[in-house]
Design a protein around this ligand. Structure first.
Ligand code: PLP
Length: 407
């Protein structure tokens, strides 16, 4: 890729809405909306009904289930629709805990989980379960030796995030799955950031349970799924009617399921091509920032990383101020996970990779999609350069550091 585009007039005059927060949520693709529309209007049947109104809706849901299963090499009847990633994480972890509590009350997870897993484990901890939070290296990759050493006779579950939502690090899932299976321990992975973005094979990777969500792959919000291997058979968390093979009650979210299926289909068709393009743009963004803005560092692994993720720390400044200033320039980014924004605690993920508090505080996450253009990235780099130097000019920390350098 040619990287010689400079601050052209076109860049200066860009319409200023640049969305670089695709890890928080993504734009709904027009094809997805088109597929959903009939089920929001004239085709409003309940798939559980016997009449023809319902039957048509049941068929489209089963077709979406098939598409989603195919994308991860699962069987159709191993896919259970839920309201999203958070519900799937809660269901997998709590159900295993309460089903297996007579065998043991020990769960292993990582120090870099999404809040949906982290808080679920902390809830169980308050209810008498023991949780081991296995550490990661400075790139965010789980320490396999520490994981192996944490396994005990009463360990009932290992849950490790597939790809991190803050720093994009992709975990050695196959290896973790192998370890769990060899010990007869169930293995769950939160793959909300990975599903539809990187190739996944639940069979080859020894995955027993896996969470995914539609709105992270240009589908609608409020619909997701839990993959559950046929021999796992979790007890329901939501009780009621016989939906989802009696495991998850509630009238099927037909438009959501259809949209999820369409989004999964679209992402599988163009995954390899899109990933190559997004990775190239992400590297362009990272390289320009690291070379043009002093005292900046990339967080996470350069290569074992989600295609769209760039997470960068800028020393001597505050992430929240930076976020507000780039927002005024029309750029939507994030300081970490959207759920943690607004709190002043630094990200648990950045602390887990060993960043000191003050550097963790000065971090910005920019997440690209297939719709992100190079012009948008050029505009973003110019905006960041301006914002960073403005904030540093006001920063006593920066002033001190520069004085020390002169001495
Ligand atoms: C977004 C996200 C979730 C939550 O999914 P929802 O569908 O919004 O509930 C869980 N885990 C990860 C890694 C995520 O990125």
């Amino acid at each position: 890729m040619k990287c010689d585009v400079k601050d052209t007039d076109a860049v200066k005059q860009m319409p200023k809405t640049i969305y670089l927060d695709n890890a928080a949520t993504t734009i709904l693709k027009p094809e997805v909306l088109d597929a959903m529309m009939p089920y929001l209007t004239e085709k409003y049947g309940n798939p559980s009904s016997i009449h023809s109104f319902g039957a048509g809706c049941s068929a489209v849901c089963e077709s979406a289930r098939k598409t989603i299963a195919g994308l991860i090499n699962a069987k159709d009847n191993e896919i259970y629709f839920t309201s999203g990633g958070s519900e799937s994480d809660n269901w997998a972890i709590k159900s295993v805990a309460y089903m297996k509590k007579d065998k043991g009350k020990h769960i292993i997870t990582s120090a870099v989980e999404h809040h949906a897993v982290l808080e679920t484990c902390e809830f169980l901890q308050r209810d008498g379960f023991e949780i081991s939070f296995v550490g990661v290296d400075d790139k965010g990759i789980i320490k396999i030796d520490e994981l192996k050493a944490a396994i005990r006779p009463d360990t009932i579950l290992i849950s490790v995030i597939y790809a991190n939502n803050e720093i994009g690090t992709i975990q050695p899932i196959k290896e973790i799955g192998e370890i769990a299976r060899s010990k007869g321990i169930l293995f769950h992975t939160d793959a909300v950031q990975a599903f539809g973005h990187v190739p996944i094979d639940v069979e080859k990777e020894n995955i027993d349970m896996m969470s995914a969500s539609a709105h992270k792959i240009h589908g609608p919000k409020g619909i997701g799924m839990l993959y559950m291997k046929n021999n796992v058979k979790l007890t329901p968390m939501i009780h009621g009617g016989p939906h989802e093979r009696k495991r998850r009650a509630g009238t099927s979210n037909v438009p959501g399921i259809v949209g999820f299926g369409k989004a999964a289909e679209l992402s599988s068709i163009s995954m390899a091509k899109n990933n190559a393009k997004i990775t190239e743009k992400r590297n362009y963004l990272i390289d320009r920032i690291l070379s043009e803005i002093p005292y900046s560092r990339l967080n996470g692994d350069r290569d074992r990383r989600l295609p769209g993720n760039a997470n960068i720390s800028f020393r001597y400044i505050e992430g929240e101020s930076m976020l507000m200033m780039v927002d005024m320039k029309g750029i939507a980014a994030s300081t970490g996970s959207a759920c943690a924004s607004g709190s002043l605690d630094p990200s648990h993920v950045l602390l887990a990779i060993g960043l000191p508090h003050e550097i963790a505080h000065g971090s910005l996450r920019m997440t690209l999609s297939e719709f992100t253009t190079k012009e948008e990235l050029d505009y973003t780099v110019e905006a960041l350069k301006e914002v960073v130097s403005k904030l540093r000019a006001m920063s006593p920390l920066y002033e001190d550091a520069m004085k020390k350098k002169e001495e």
